[in-house]
Design a protein around this ligand. Structure first.
Ligand SMILES: Cc1cc2nc3c(=O)[nH]c(=O)nc-3n(C[C@H](O)[C@H](O)[C@H](O)COP(=O)(O)OP(=O)(O)OC[C@H]3O[C@@H](n4cnc5c(N)ncnc54)[C@H](O)[C@@H]3O)c2cc1C
Ligand code: SF4
Length: 483
C-alpha cells in the first residue's frame, strides 16, 4: 500500500484542461498532465482495499492497487508491467474511459475517488517515454491462421493477444485506417490519432497483418456513411483460407428520429459530422459524400450523451454561431442519488470539457418536428414531464409548452443500435438477436461454426474498455479452442 494515511492527507486533484480561449482554436488534446511528483501523490491516496471495488468494476480487471502502489514508490517500470498484464491499450482507456473504477473506488463514497484513469495514462506514457513499449513478437508460430474483421478496439485487442500466443493474424478493416470509432468517432481533442498509429506500428512489427480498405461482405457500409472505395473481400474466401474468423465489426447503425420534416436538408447523423472532422484532420476529406460544417450556423444537437458532447465541442471549434444541446430525459442530479448507492455506477450530471467551451444545454425537451423550406430552419420542441409508474418512467407533454429552436444544422446524437445490415453478417449467414446484434451461443460462437464475434457487434453499442475486454476474452477462448 502506498501511504497508509495518504487518503487522509492528500486531496483528489484532477489534471484539468488547457484554457478554453486557447483550446477552442485547435483540435489538439484538451487534457493536461500533472507533474510526476504530483502524480505519485495522487497514487498515494489508494488505500489498497481488502476488497478493491475498482478492480471489481473494471471490465479488463485492472489491478489498480498493485500498480498505484508501485507508482507511489516511483517504480514506473513496475507499475507499467502490472498495468500491461491486464490492459493491452492503457493509452486509449487512459484518455477516453469514463472510469467505471472511479465510480466504485471506496474513496468515491465521499466524492473524492482516486484519479485512477489519469494515473493510468501517466504510467503508460512514461513507459513509452522510457522506450519500454516495444514490439514483442512470439518466439514461434503455431501454424493456425485467424482472420479478424474490424480493427476497432475489440478487433485490435483480440489481434494483440492471438498474435502474441503464436497465431498468424490478419486484420481486415473496411475503412481507410485501423481504429474503428477510436479513429473515426471520438474527436481528436479527446484522443489524438497519433497514439493509435503508435500502437498499430508496434502491433505490425509484432507480426499482425493489417489489410485496411478491405471490406468483408458488401460495399454498403464502406467508409461508414461518408463515402466508398474499399475493396470487397468475399466471406467464402476467408472461410476457405483461415482456421477461424472473428467478427469485430461494431454497432454501426445510428438511431434515427422519425418525426415530420426529417427529410429536410441540414439534419445529419452525429457520426457523419464527427467522422468527417476527423477525416479532414487526417487529410482524408475526399472520402466525404458531402461537406458538413457548423461554421456560422445555429446548431441543435439532439441527444444529451457523450456523442452529443463531442458534437458540441466540434461545432464550437468549427465556428458555430450558437450551439444548443437538447435531451428528452430530465437533468440528472449533480451528486450520487440515494437509489444508486456506492459502488454502483451513478447516473449523475456529466459536464465534459466541451460543455465548458460554450453552448446551452436543455433537458426534458421532446422533439416533435423539423420545419423549413427544403433546408431545416427550426426544431419544434415541447417540454417533457416525467412520472414513474410501476418502476417505469413515463413521458407526458406539458400542455402549452411548445417552442421552436432556430437551427441551420441539426445533429442526431441518439446512440447506435445494431450491425444487422453489415454485409459481413449476411455474407457468413449469421443469425442476429432481437436488437440486431450478432447472436452468439455460449461464449463467442455464432450460428456459423467457423465464425465468432466480439465487441459491440455482439453486445450492442458500449465502451472502448468493454470492447477491449471482449476482444481479449474472445482471443482467450480461441486459444483454448484451436490449441
Ligand atoms: C462519437 C463516439 C464517441 C465515443 N466516445 C467514447 C468514449 O469517450 N469512451 C468510450 O469508452 N467509448 C466511446 N465510444 C464508444 C466506443 O468507441 C465503442 O464502444 C467501441 O469503439 C466499440 O469497439 P468495437 O471494436 O466493438 O467496434 P468499432 O470501434 O465500431 O470498430 C468496428 C470496426 O469494424 C469495421 N467494419 C465494420 N464492418 C466491416 C466489414 N464488413 N468489413 C471490414 N471491416 C468492417 C469498421 O470500419 C470499424 O473499424 C464512442 C463512440 C462514438 C461513435
Ligand atoms: S477502491 Fe480506490 S482506494 Fe480502494 S484499492 Fe481501488 S483505487 Fe485504491
Amino acid at each position: 500500500m502506498g501511504d497508509p494515511k495518504g487518503f487522509l492527507k492528500i486531496r483528489r486533484k484532477v489534471s484539468g484542461y488547457r484554457p478554453v480561449e486557447e483550446r477552442i482554436n485547435d483540435y489538439s488534446e484538451v487534457e493536461i498532465r500533472l507533474s510526476d511528483d504530483e502524480r505519485r501523490l495522487q497514487a498515494a491516496r489508494c488505500m489498497d482495499c481488502g476488497v478493491p471495488f475498482c478492480h471489481w468494476a473494471c471490465p479488463v480487471s485492472n489491478v489498480m492497487p498493485e500498480w498505484q502502489d508501485r507508482l507511489y514508490r516511483g517504480d514506473w517500470i513496475g507499475a507499467w508491467a502490472a498495468l500491461e498484464d491486464y490492459n493491452p491499450f492503457p493509452e486509449f482507456t487512459g484518455r477516453v474511459c469514463p472510469a467505471l473504477c472511479e465510480a466504485s473506488c471506496v474513496l468515491g463514497a465521499n466524492d473524492e475517488p482516486v484519479t485512477i484513469r489519469q494515473n493510468e495514462l501517466a504510467v503508460i506514457e512514461k513507459a513509452y517515454d522510457l522506450g519500454l513499449v516495444v514490439p514483442k513478437p512470439p518466439k514461434s508460430r503455431n501454424g493456425k491462421r485467424v482472420a479478424i474483421v474490424g480493427a476497432g478496439p475489440a478487433g485490435l485487442a483480440a489481434a494483440y493477444y492471438l498474435n502474441r500466443a503464436g497465431f498468424s493474424v490478419t486484420l481486415y478493416e473496411g475503412d481507410r485506417q485501423a481504429g474503428g470509432y477510436l479513429r473515426y468517432g471520438i474527436p481528436n481533442f479527446k484522443l489524438d490519432k497519433n497514439f493509435i498509429d503508435r500502437r498499430i506500428r508496434i502491433m505490425a512489427n509484432e507480426g499482425v497483418v493489417f489489410k485496411t480498405g478491405c471490406r468483408v461482405g458488401t460495399a454498403r457500409y464502406a467508409f461508414g456513411t461518408q463515402g466508398s472505395g474499399s475493396r470487397i473481400v468475399e466471406p467464402a474466401d476467408l472461410e476457405a483460407s483461415y482456421d477461424l474468423i472473428l467478427l469485430a465489426i461494431g454497432a454501426r447503425e445510428p438511431r434515427d428520429m422519425k418525426v415530420p420534416g426529417r427529410e429536410l436538408g441540414g439534419i445529419v447523423q452525429a457520426l457523419d459530422f464527427l467522422s468527417l472532422q476527423n477525416r479532414n484532420l487526417a487529410g482524408e476529406a475526399e472520402d466525404a459524400l458531402e461537406p458538413i460544417t457548423a461554421f456560422g450556423k445555429q446548431v441543435v444537437v439532439i441527444g444529451g450523451g457523450d456523442t452529443g458532447a463531442d458534437c458540441v465541442g466540434t461545432a464550437n471549434r468549427q465556428g458555430a454561431k450558437k450551439v444548443t444541446q437538447i435531451e428528452v430525459l430530465p437533468k440528472p442530479p449533480e451528486h450520487r442519488p440515494a437509489e444508486q448507492p456506492w459502488p454502483l455506477w451513478p447516473a449523475v450530471l456529466k459536464t465534459s470539457s466541451s460543455h465548458l467551451e460554450g453552448g446551452e444545454r436543455l433537458w426534458s425537451v421532446n422533439t416533435k418536428a423539423f420545419t423549413g423550406n427544403g433546408q431545416v430552419a427550426a426544431v419544434r420542441c415541447v417540454r417533457a414531464a416525467w412520472t414513474e409508474t410501476e418502476g417505469r418512467r413515463v413521458l407526458t407533454e406539458v400542455p402549452g409548452s411548445a417552442f421552436d429552436l432556430e437551427a441551420d444544422l441539426v445533429l442526431l446524437a441518439m446512440g447506435f443500435t445494431h450491425v444487422v445490415q453489415d454485409g459481413a453478417v449476411a455474407g457468413f449467414g449469421l443469425e442476429t438477436d432481437a436488437q440486431g446484434n450478432i447472436r452468439t451461443q455460449g461464449s463467442f460462437h455464432t450460428s456459423n461454426p467457423k465464425v465468432w464475434a466480439a465487441g459491440d457487434s455482439r453486445n450492442g453499442a458500449s465502451l472502448v474498455v468493454r470492447a477491449i475486454a471482449d476482444g481479449r476474452a474472445a482471443a482467450e477462448a480461441i486459444i483454448r479452442s484451436l490449441t
